[in-house]
Ligand binder design. Structure first.
Ligand SMILES: [Zn+2]
Length: 126
């Protein structure tokens, strides 16, 4: 396994529930009214520290979508998916956006964050 470069976020953070790798910021949530197999899911403008899987067509309640599963780079767990394309016009706003299945939110002070990020070797981004 190569060197892992993780991005460290600041503020109110959503993390991988298995390894606590930072995935998204509460500020980047577009909608909290999504659902997945395991319950609640949130639509994010952007997420970090993920890798993507193969493109596939998936039939959802809101029509056919082209999606890729997204995986935590820290532990390889599946954490949600990304919308590559939506067929329905009303669903186009989701294209390029991410769903995180994890609903774990942490709120850290900046000094706490810098300790956690140093421990994990995460890189602070301005
Ligand atoms: Zn993880």
């Amino acid at each position: 396994m190569g060197m892992l470069f993780l991005i460290c976020l600041e503020g109110s953070i959503y993390s991988c529930k298995h390894c606590y790798t930072h995935l998204g910021l509460a500020d980047d949530i577009i909608s909290k009214s999504f659902h997945c197999r395991h319950g609640k899911a949130y639509l994010f403008n952007k997420v970090v520290n993920i890798t993507v899987g193969e493109k596939e067509e998936r039939m959802m309640m809101t029509g056919m979508h082209t999606v890729v599963d997204i995986f935590c780079v820290g532990c390889g767990s599946i954490v949600g998916w990304k919308y590559e394309a939506a067929q329905e016009k009303a669903q186009k706003y989701k294209e390029g956006k991410f769903i995180l299945e994890s609903d774990i939110e942490f709120q850290f002070a900046t000094w706490e964050l810098s300790i956690i990020c140093n421990l994990h070797g995460m890189i602070r981004t301005p």
